[in-house]
Design a protein around this ligand. Structure first.
Ligand SMILES: Cc1cc2nc3c(=O)[nH]c(=O)nc-3n(C[C@H](O)[C@H](O)[C@H](O)COP(=O)(O)O)c2cc1C
Length: 210
């Protein structure tokens, strides 16, 4: 089976892409609205792309009726946001926060998600998130006026204490349970892990570079 990309509609392309490129990590992005309401929404066209500087990117499209999403409007106006990671206990609320809430209703408030202040940016982080990164806007790539690729530079990392060995700078994987996005409203757990050695030994596999 093969398709030329141009022979598919954009909805079909979305399916072909997201049905196979998975699981996808999820950025649960908190931003500040114009009336200081705290907005939270998940984005799974997301990943980290470099460590110097620490850059992440997520992609926000317009709603089917052409309305801009609050996250994009808030990032465009303030240049600041926080990327929060989602673990299993938070997953259902993360999913619920993707509803089409009016701009004056903050998802964290509505879903009773606690907030914690950020240090370098105004939008707070989600207090229960296992990991959060305060970001300032680094660059935006406008895709056909329908989608914004938001690239953020991480200014500060927050890590839940029990997840991290600060001396070895390692995560305790047995305690960290992030979820991934499969397709549509399906998610996966990440507990069933594999370890492979390279010819040089397992240390080589842990090297950086992406
Ligand atoms: C797991 C998950 C991932 C999502 N990923 C994206 C995405 O990558 N880009 C996007 O524009 N919308 C994505 N959405 C939909 C937004 O979360 C949704 O449109 C939300 O209402 C936007 O909220 P806002 O208006 O507060 O920004 C995703 C939804 C879910 C549940």
């Amino acid at each position: 089976m093969q398709y030329a990309s141009n022979d598919l509609t954009s909805a079909e392309r979305y399916k072909v892409l997201t049905a196979f490129i998975l699981p996808r990590p999820i950025a649960w992005v908190t931003t500040l609205g114009p009336t200081a309401v705290v907005n939270a929404a998940p984005f799974s066209f997301f990943n980290a792309f470099s460590e110097d500087p620490p850059l992440i990117m997520f992609s926000v499209n317009k709603r089917p009726d052409g309305r801009l999403k609050d996250t994009w409007l808030n990032v465009e106006r303030t240049g600041q946001f926080v990327v929060n990671m989602t673990d299993e206990p938070l997953a259902e609320k993360m999913h619920q926060s993707s509803g089409d809430f009016p701009p004056d209703i903050g998802e964290p408030d509505y879903l009773e998600l606690g907030l914690a202040p950020s240090v370098d940016v105004a939008p707070p982080r989600l207090a229960a998130a296992p990991w959060a990164m305060e970001c300032k806007l680094w660059q935006v790539i406008n895709v056909k006026d329908d989608r914004q690729l938001v690239i953020g530079e991480g200014l500060r990392f927050h890590i839940r204490d029990e997840l991290w060995d600060p001396v070895a700078k390692r995560v305790y994987m047995d305690k960290y349970h992030p979820v991934g996005r499969m397709f549509a409203d399906r998610y996966c757990r990440t507990d069933d892990r594999m370890l492979f050695a390279t010819a040089e030994g397992p240390k080589a596999a842990a090297s950086t570079g992406g």
